[in-house]
Write a protein that binds this ligand. Sequence first.
Ligand code: URP
Ligand code: ZN
Ligand code: ZN
Length: 463
Amino acid sequence: MALLITNGRIITATDDYVADMYCADESIARIESTIDPQSVPDAEVIDATGKFVFPGFIDPHVHIYLPFMGTYAKDDWKSASQAALVGGTTTAIEMICPGRDDQPMDAFETWLERAQSSAACDFTFHMGVVRTDEAAMQQFRDIVLRGVASFKVFLAYKGALGVSDEDLYRTLTLAKQLGVIVTAHCENEELVAQKQAELIAVGKTGPEFHEPSRPRIVEAEGVQHLMTFAELTGAHVYAVHTSNQLAIERAVKAKQRGVNAWIETVVPYLVLDKTYAEKPNFEGAKFVMSPPLRDKEEQPYLWNALRAGIISTVGTDHAPFDFVGQKDMGKPPASNFMMIPNGIPSIEDRINLLYTHGVATGRIDLNTFVRCASTNAADIFGLTQKGRIAVGADADLCIYDPNYTGTISAKTHLMQTDYSAFEGMPIKGRPSVVTVRGKVMARDGQFTGKLGHGQFLHREPTH
Ligand code: URP
Ligand code: ZN
Ligand code: ZN
């Protein structure tokens, strides 16, 4: 059914105005100061008076099907896409995460099949690179032709997913040839391994020692490393989930030298801090992710960097593991923090937290909010139909009620995990109506759409 959205305050990356909007055949068809409902008798009328109309939000960094640290992430596309949509995210970019012995093309088909069979939101992928032998390199070329225009490497996770310098160089060289961007988890894997061993050796085994095992400088070294390789190869790079000033400044310095680099942070760093991982009785395990949550003193820098455009995007790094049965694989005395599956579930909460802690407090304005949660990701990753409100763009919209107040809880979330890292946190505002290509998929905290509505977004190389 077509939609007529009346009286909404339309907010884009650059604009802020009140207008009516008519959506038909999956796209935005008209935006006018007033549209007579009688001129569009086929449309459902949605009164957006007092509400914002944002472009659908894009999460550039999620893990859904994720074999990792001896277990599997808890969500599938069914639960994750419902959670995403209720939270205002209409497109998610998942990492394809093959193991060392897997064929990249097989992994691509596996991840694609899982998403296509049930995703309710639109989706695309970053192709994970863990090896660069000639057979794998040819498959990466073919995967780019299939519409995946970004790679992902880990400089962390030694002996598991982490790549060697040779692999990093070869990946960036191929990316430069193909015009695709390389996203990277930046931590020096050897420094992490050495610090972990030192801490465990003296009995420092609880989740509170996860952060000391990978301090800020270890992340800064990872970012520096990526930038050096980008400078030498000319590849375009994107540092995922940066958590602190020291690390971000390494990327900024590289950009000043002419390196084509973009910087992401993720919502846990803006809202949580390392004291959460220090909670007693192993509760801190709920907050173990990598890079780790940092000192609260980092947060003003992150907000300022968002406002200044130094950080381009806010993702989630949604990586959901249960507290009972998964996080507790790392519980002392039998085990230690190294065995806690890394990650924090957050795909459902990103927009509400960013609005509550960013816009409602005045730390960022509405246009910055749209830029860093939607438009910049569309631009960086070649999602030409997404992240904007304009005639001809996909009718992916988030009609947002700024007057709603509520509380986050695992009791009500649609993610599959048995806990929320944001339990009890108040939120101001939430999505009232969420559409994907003109179909209403969520209303006021309820999923109302159809599983399988989500489409794979074929992307052309743009770098
Ligand atoms: O702790 C995290 N970040 N887990 C997910 C995997 C990754 O590093 O992105
Ligand atoms: Zn990572
Ligand atoms: Zn990640």
